[in-house]
Every structure is written in C-alpha cells, then in structure tokens.
Write a protein that binds this ligand. Sequence first.
Ligand code: SF4
Length: 457
Amino acid sequence: MKKVLLINPWIEDVAAYDFWLKPLGLLYISSILKEAGIETYLIDLLYRHDPELEAFLGKQVKDRYYGTGNFYSVEIEKPPVMKSIPRKFKRYGLPEELFRRKLRRHIDVDAIFVTSMMTYWYYGVSDTIRVIREELPDRPIVLGGVYTSILPKHAALHSGADLVAPGTGITPLVSALEFLGMKANLNENFLEELEPDYSHYERLSYVVLITSTGCPFRCDYCFSWKLWPAFKRCTPERIVNIIEKVYSERHIEDIVFFDDAILIGSEFKELLKILAGKNLPLRFHLPNGLHARFIDEETAYLMKKVNFKTIRLGYETSNAELQKKTGGKVTNLDLERAVSYLKNAGFSGKEVSAYIIANLPGQRVEDVEQAINKCDELGIIPVINEFTPIPGTPQWQRLVNEGSLPEDIDPLMLDNSLLPYWWNGGISEPALRMLKEKAWRVRKMIENAEDLSRIWK
Ligand code: SF4
C-alpha cells in the first residue's frame, strides 16, 4: 500500500493565534486518499495539543476562548526585506527538533504533501520544506494550498517543492498523483460523501467543518470566488451526521463552521432545524464574517436555540459608497436589522461581533471610527481586520495599475501587520493603532458590562 505523509507547515509572521485553525483541505485529502487505498499520516505543525509538544514543554497547553489559544513560538531572524520594520519575526508551531524527530519516523513514505494558506506565510512553507528535505532527502515533496493557487510561479521558485499543485477540489491531487506515477480513484464528491479526517489528532478541543465551498459574491478584495469558481453545498443531513459522529466518538463540544457563505440558500436553516430537534450539548461558532443580510428572525432564533456562541458579522466599512464599490455584500441597514434579530433571539453583546476592515484603499480613518461607533451603538464587539491586498484580485490589479503597489513585491510585505509600516496608500500605523485601541475599549466595555440591557439599548 502506498503511503503519503501530509504536513501542515509552520507560520512565520509577526503575529499568529490559533483562532480555530485546522488544515481542513489536508484533512479532506487524507479521507480521499484513504478511500482510494492510500495510507496517510499527518504532521500538523500547528497542533497546539500535540502530546509530544506538551511533553517538550512539560505542561498541558491551555485553551482560551472555546479551544482557541496561543501557538508555541520562537523568534527567528527577520527576512532582509522587513529589516527596517520594528516588529519581531517569529515561527509559530512545533519546535524544529520535534518536527525533525517526527519526520524520521516516516522514512518509508512514498511522498509528502505540504499545504499552504496565506501568501505572506510563504517563509514558513519554505522553511518547513527545507527541514523535510534535510530529513527525508529522497522523498518527493508536493506543495498545494491557497498560496500555490494565488501565486503558483512564486511557489515554484521559492518553496523548494518538487511539484507545485495549485487549485481546489481534487485538481491538485490529480496532478500530484500523476506526477508521482500513482493510480487511484479520487472521490470528486468528497464534500457530500466524505468528512475531514480528524482521526490523526489524539486530543481535540474543537472541530472545524464546512457546509459549502465558494461564495456567490464577488468582493473585489477577496480571492475566495476565484479559488472556488462554483458555489457548492453539502446536504444538512450529512453535516448533522458528521457532528453526531464527532460528538459521540470524540466528545467534542465546540463545532466551528468556516464557510465563506454559510447563509446562502435554505440549507443552513434546515441544518439548524435538524440540530434543534437533536438537543445535543454542543456549542457552535461562526467566525468567518456572516452575511448580515441573510439573517432573518427565524435563523436568529434557531441559532440561539442550538447554542451558537460566536457570531461574527461581516461589516467591513460604514462608508456606504465603499460598501457598494467593493462588492455590495452588506449595508448599514443589513447590520442593524441582523443585530436586532439576534438581540430579540436572546444573544448577548459578547456573543456577537462585526468585522471591520481597516485600511481599504479609499477608506478614511473616520470611516473606520464610524464603523466602530456603529458597533458601540448596537452593543456588539467591533473586530478590526486589517486589509491585505491579495495578488490576483481586482483590487490588487487596480493598485498595481495605479502604481500604488509594485507587482513583484515580496508577498511578506503585503501582510496586513506590516503594510501600515511602509504603504503610503492606506492608513498610517499610528492611526491604525489608535483605531484598534478604540475598538478594544468598546470590546472591553461590552465584555465587562454586567447589565446587558444597558448594551441592548
Ligand atoms: S462575501 Fe466574503 S467570501 Fe464572498 S466574495 Fe465577499 S469577502 Fe469573499
């Protein structure tokens, strides 16, 4: 039987936090390969509860908010391109010696598949591949994931992988197996028929699921709709089935949905109705910027009944013109209406928050301030999400055409934590810091408020 080692690489950045990060694509690949008769192993360098990491640290790794938490990290040398930026550069994930020890147990694998996420995390990807190469020099390494889909040529040049396999669904797997000369029947309908393979994790605090792939919106700063050109859904029955299984077999109580557009269509409401009838002692989380427009009274009521604990609404900006220009997915009225339904359903201000993008081209400091004020007024937590120009998006192309961004820039410099230090096209670093502090004060006020009725004024 053929054997494939799957690896979730390190993150190298100035900041990173395990906000329910799991390599979902890799976990589906594991299931697809297993079904096709290929044995799989996983080294998840971002696995905070890895028993070997806990033994290395001599203590149990603590969770914070419903299974989220800090990664183990070490400071590493800054890449020359960011030498002048006054931030520490760190590697997040398992210590290198632990990684090397794990790799040495897999000398007999036929291939190694590495995934990738953000383009500006590519230093972590190439460092991961460098270590794999040193430990298992004659094993073929295939790199897939979001970074390779956005910047395939860059990945081919800088990652050190033998093959870069961009794309979503089974596309990268088809090219990987062809490259390796392996034959296998791959299940194209994996979203409906398979499930992410969590069997690789000994201890889990939460499970991340998706009920759909893609998004029917076309926001000009987003790559999701390019990554998944068609919006596809899984049946609610299938999702319930997976949830019941992880609860009964693994006793997981926190279920996190990471869809880009979970509220589109009637399936999510159907899922809620089935879950409401099951009465499972679970908590649910929606951290991925919900479309406020599609929250109606019944959805809000069902989400409360089923025990949703984290609801993040995608607000982006309070500037109506900019809302329309960037894709029209939300208006101020959509947000107000959604919050009022959630409030009436019984959600507290601590459970509902809104993503505000800061530093969008054309956005003023006042726009972000107004958006924070709007959250304050509605009694929900404002979460500042700094803008990252993503290569290949219409927004990116415009910035390049205008001469605001160099086309051949090192992707690391597009990291939203670094951008304000050098980019003249956006909000300055001190102004951004001021906005984040303002958002933080509103958050603290809401979190500390004892009299919730004062918040829901
Ligand atoms: S709605 Fe969200 S996921 Fe969909 S295109 Fe816009 S930003 Fe991307």
